[in-house]
Ligand binder design. Structure first.
Ligand SMILES: C[S@@+](CC[C@H](N)C(=O)[O-])C[C@H]1O[C@@H](n2cnc3c(N)ncnc32)[C@H](O)[C@@H]1O
Length: 228
C-alpha cells in the first residue's frame, strides 16, 4: 500500500537532546489518522518477515520485495501510558503533539514491527498515528519508507541520536550497517531455487536458536526464506 499524499503531510522532527533510552516517533501536531497495514497485509503486500541475524542484533525485519518511498509499510499498535518502563525496549517516547512526554508502550512478540532494529541511516521513519479499524480507534506507530527499499534489505528505523542509542543499548555498540555491523546476508545460505519457481535463487537464513528462543518465538532453527 502506498499513500504518499497522507505521509507527505507528516512533518517529522527529532529532538536531539534526550538522555534516556527510548525510541521516539516525533511530530509537530496531533497524530493523524492513518489506515496502516496490519501484519497480515504487510506480509502479503511486501513479504516483510522476521528473521534472526545470527546473534548480533537478535531478530530483524526484512523486505522481500521493493517497497517504494513514502509507503506506509506496517503498523505497531500500543497503548499510551504516562511513564516509560526503562526495561521495556519495545516502547516509543512521544516527543511532539498532544501526547508529548508520554509513551506508546509496546510489547515483545506483538507483531512484526516489534522486531524492527535501529540503523543510524534508517530507511524508514516511525510516526505516531491514530489507527482505525472497523471496530475501534487505537494508538499506533506507522512505519513509513523514507526511500525506496530493495528486496532483501533490512527494514530499519532510527531510535535516536548516537548517545541516546548507546544508552538504549546499555552502553553496547550500535551494530547497524552504517556503523559497520554485519548484514544478515552474511549469515544466509544461497541455494538455487527449484526449477518450477520463477526465481533464480533462495537465501536461507538458518541460525541455531537456543531452546528458550525456540519456545519464545514458537519456531525452529530456520527463520527466513528470501527468494531472488
Ligand atoms: C525493539 S527491539 C528490536 C528487535 C530485537 N532485535 C529483538 O530481537 O527483539 C530493540 C533491541 O534490538 C537490539 N538492536 C536493535 N538495533 C540494534 C543495532 N543497530 N545494534 C545493536 N543492537 C540492536 C537491541 O538489543 C535493542 O535493545
Amino acid at each position: 500500500m502506498t499513500d504518499s499524499s497522507e505521509s507527505n503531510e507528516l512533518s517529522l522532527q527529532r529532538e536531539e537532546n534526550n538522555n534516556s533510552r527510548r525510541i521516539r516517533p516525533s511530530r509537530k501536531d496531533t497524530a493523524p489518522t492513518l489506515k496502516c497495514p496490519t501484519d497480515e497485509e504487510a506480509k502479503h503486500n511486501y513479504g516483510v518477515e522476521v528473521t534472526k541475524t545470527g546473534g548480533d542484533k537478535g531478530l530483524n525485519v526484512i523486505a522481500n520485495q521493493t517497497i517504494k518511498k513514502d509507503t506506509i509499510i506496517i503498523e505497531y499498535q500500543g497503548i499510551i501510558v504516562d511513564k516509560l518502563d526503562p526495561n521495556n525496549k519495545y516502547s516509543f517516547q512521544i516527543d511532539e503533539g498532544v501526547h508529548k512526554g508520554k509513551v506508546l508502550e509496546g510489547k515483545m512478540n506483538e507483531g512484526i514491527a516489534a522486531s524492527i532494529n535501529h540503523c543510524c541511516e534508517a530507511n524508514c521513519e516511525a510516526v505516531l498515528v491514530k489507527g482505525t479499524s472497523e471496530s475501534k480507534d487505537y494508538d499506533a506507530v506507522a512505519i513509513i519508507a523514507k526511500r525506496d527499499i530493495k528486496a532483501k534489505e533490512e527494514v530499519t528505523i532510527k531510535y535516536g541520536n548516537k548517545d541516546e542509542v548507546q544508552a538504549f543499548f546499555d552502553g553496547g555498540d550500535c551494530l547497524c550497517e552504517a556503523c559497520g555491523g554485519k548484514n544478515w546476508r552474511e549469515n544466509a545460505v544461497k541455494v538455487s531455487a527449484p526449477a518450477e519457481t520463477n526465481h533464480s535463487s533462495l537465501y536461507i537464513v538458518e541460525v541455531e536458536m537456543t531452546n528458550e528462543e525456540k519456545e519464545k518465538y514458537a519456531c525452529n532453527n530456520v527463520r527466513g526464506f528470501i527468494w531472488e
